[in-house]
Design a protein around this ligand. Sequence first.
Ligand SMILES: C[S@@+](CC[C@H](N)C(=O)[O-])C[C@H]1O[C@@H](n2cnc3c(N)ncnc32)[C@H](O)[C@@H]1O
Length: 233
Amino acid sequence: MSDSALPPPERRNFYGRTHGKTLRASHKDYLANDLEPLRLKGVTGAENPARTPLDLSLTGGRPLWLEVGFGGGEHLVHMAAGNPQVHLIGAEPFVNGIAMLLGKIRAAAVTNLSLHPGDVRDLFDVLPDASVSRVFLNYPDPWPKARHHRRRFVTPGYLLPLARVTASGAEFRVATDIPDYVRQALEEIPPAGFALERQAGQGAAWEDWPSTRYEQKALREGRSPHYLTFSRL
Ligand SMILES: C[S@@+](CC[C@H](N)C(=O)[O-])C[C@H]1O[C@@H](n2cnc3c(N)ncnc32)[C@H](O)[C@@H]1O
């Protein structure tokens, strides 16, 4: 599969980037050979116009964890390698990030992982109710301008579908370096059906936190991480 053969954009507006700088030969190779076997089928409107819920038998009955916007994939592969008893799904529309993840999957030889190379909202449409037991949202796009705050993940258009697909007691972890994102997360996530369990700052991340590319960039640029943990009611 070449990068131009990624699923076409769906009906929703997506304001982020789907393509970056020219892909290296190795990245083209990963996309051509490794993506299709890992890609969840029946997520896009083109493949599943009736939006029939996914058959999750590929998880083998293991708990299902979801990472939204995995970027370069370092956190997703770390979690898959450290938790062979779970199955992880990562959603990310940025093709350069998908290629980076595929390279890391080859290197780590993890097999308990599937991908949706697109908008997580398309995945929310077709995940069965209460099927996900942990969710990671690491350094979501900040959309700093006030008129763009409604594009943030921590808004009802994302949070209500997330609430539907998460099981009672599911953990929802949010990492961000933007104080105003923390404000909005604390305002908007609880009404969607989650309780705040923990709020921590720099040096107090989750025990199994490997950091991410965006966190490293934030630290280099003098911004401080915030780590929020919610549980689905
Ligand atoms: C600031 S980057 C952080 C990447 C990574 N999590 C990290 O910490 O390094 C935010 C990522 O979220 C992805 N993203 C934005 N909207 C998304 C959506 N609707 N579904 C899935 N991923 C999305 C972007 O493509 C981008 O890669």
